[in-house]
Design a protein around this ligand. Structure first.
Ligand code: T46
Length: 136
């Protein structure tokens, strides 16, 4: 099964341009408790390199582009995020990395919980071991 799950947003566009509305309890598969965005990423910088124990997220590249790697400890897939009409689901226990940020890239992230550093697994070897146990 693919690790990549997209959510397609309805675009409310008219002659003035486009608008996407994301409402609580509708298309996002969790209650949104936090929103953050990543912007101004310096050229050549990569981010992420962690998984979350419990947190679920949806990432939307609202401007520019970046490349995301998703890894479940056994398989790796990569996608280009370059479309404000689509969000990618980052489930719990999904190792993720973001690379190749374009100038002016803005990555908007909807998260199922408040920030908690204890929810992060930042060591890849530890992640692979935990992912094995989770799969059993
Ligand atoms: C993720 C990817 C997609 C906070 O204090 N509150 C927050 O809500 C967040 C997200 C971060 N922080 C602090 C923690 C660090 O001191 O901001 C600093 C940068 O965070 P981090 O190095 O984790 O950033 P990324 O880009 O590697 O990862 C972020 C999210 O942290 C992470 O949950 O899934 O974006």
């Amino acid at each position: 099964m693919s690790l990549v799950r997209w959510i397609d947003f309805q675009v409310l566009g008219d002659h003035r341009g486009s608008l996407v509305a994301i409402e609580h309890g509708k298309i996002i598969p969790f209650d949104i408790k936090r929103v953050y965005y990543i912007y101004g990423t310096a050229e050549g910088v990569s981010r992420g390199f962690h998984a979350h124990r419990e947190l679920k997220q949806v990432a939307i590249c609202v401007a520019g582009s970046c490349r995301m790697i998703l890894d479940d400890g056994a398989h790796r897939e990569e996608v280009i995020l370059d479309c404000p009409k689509k969000g990618i689901v980052i489930d719990e226990m999904a190792w993720h990395e973001m690379h190749d940020f374009s100038p002016h890239c803005v990555l908007l992230v909807l998260a199922s919980d408040h920030y908690d550093e204890l929810d992060y697994i930042r060591d890849y070897k530890q992640f692979v071991e935990l992912a094995k146990i989770t799969r059993i």
